[in-house]
Write a protein that binds this ligand. Structure first.
Ligand code: C2E
Ligand code: MG
Ligand code: MG
Ligand code: MG
Length: 293
């Protein structure tokens, strides 16, 4: 069902517009304040993107970045996504927020490319509600057109539940995005309720192994077995892997022993502003910068 249509817009108070989901659950006063603030956050330019590098396990080179949104709140400071993304999904505000993130991330990646920095894959998180929008494919296509970014330098991260809950439409949309040349990866792999058969039916290129399996990888035999099995399966299916949440050298060494892939985590870098990514790229050996400006 096209869930955008499930959102009934209702007047509450003076100029306040609140969104109510189909079951007509109402929000607390605090939530109504949050909703109203978040609604204007995009137009007031309070949202910012930080970028976390993904690094090749064996060469140590940056292969791409993941765009991660933060809310620069006038009183509350830098608010992490866990504190507003779930609410944005509940209220439907994830649609304008997600569109802004997609556009900003593509424009940034094109700007890096224009300045002669090495090509990076820009990964953008797509929430369940975004994935239920019939015009998602059109939106992605427009953003690529406007930004001039090559589709192969954009990757969309979706979770298993997003795929599983919308199976028939999901496959159609994934195939259209795939045909467009956009990369698709499964985020938090291994944590959702899912069946593995979507891996062969859906045009996915990459699995991001959830950080919960990585945390104790080098000391917990069960985690090690799971990660090893995921990497072996990914290899057999010709899928790439990204290990999420690598914080320590022992985890990195263990992963290197298991095979090829990429990692992402505080060991290399947290999510940082664009300028910091640039510095890291320029500091890499043999990164060729062609021109200035
Ligand atoms: P995610 O997509 O799984 O992103 C990875 C999260 O793990 C990020 O948290 C990142 O900062 C964190 N992380 C990376 N390396 C490490 C590590 O070594 N240790 C630990 N403890 N954490 C690490 P962040 O930025 O707070 O984002 C949290 C979640 O919020 C994301 O999880 C994603 O689900 C959601 N999110 C963030 N930005 C967006 C967005 O633009 N759109 C949507 N729909 N969701 C977003
Ligand atoms: Mg992600
Ligand atoms: Mg993840
Ligand atoms: Mg996550």
């Amino acid at each position: 069902s096209a869930d955008a249509a499930m959102y009934h817009v209702k007047k509450s108070g003076r100029a306040n517009v609140a969104y109510f989901s189909e079951d007509m659950n109402t929000f607390s006063p605090e939530q109504l304040v949050l909703e109203s603030e978040l609604r204007t956050a995009v137009e007031r330019q309070q949202l910012i993107l930080h970028y976390q590098p993904k690094v090749d396990l064996h060469t140590g080179r940056i292969t791409g970045v993941e765009a991660l949104v933060r809310w620069k709140h006038p009183e509350r400071g830098l608010v992490p996504p866990a504190e507003f993304i779930p609410f944005a999904e509940e209220t439907g505000l994830i649609i304008p927020i997600g569109n802004w993130v997609l556009r900003e991330a593509c424009v940034q990646n094109k700007a890096w490319q224009r300045r002669g920095l090495p090509d990076l894959v820009m990964a953008v998180n797509i929430s369940g509600l975004q994935f239920q929008q019939a015009d998602l494919v059109q939106t992605v296509s427009e953003v690529l057109e406007e930004s001039g970014l090559d589709p192969s330098l954009l990757e969309l991260e979706i979770t298993e539940s997003v795929v599983m809950h919308n199976a028939p439409q999901a496959i159609v949309m994934l195939e259209e995005l795939h045909r467009m040349g956009v990369g698709l990866s499964i985020d938090d792999f291994g944590t959702g309720y899912s069946s593995l058969n979507y891996l062969k039916r859906f045009p996915i290129q990459k699995l991001k192994i959830d950080q919960s399996f990585i945390a104790d990888l080098s000391v917990d035999a069960d985690d090690a077995a799971i990660v090893q099995a995921i990497m072996a399966m990914a290899h057999g299916l010709r899928l790439g892997i990204v290990a999420e949440g690598v914080e320590r050298e022992d985890q990195l060494q263990f992963l290197r022993g298991l095979g090829q892939g990429e990692y992402q985590g505080f060991l290399f870098s947290q999510a940082v502003p664009a300028a910091d990514v640039e510095r890291r790229l320029l500091a890499q050996p043999s990164s060729v910068v062609v021109t200035g400006n």
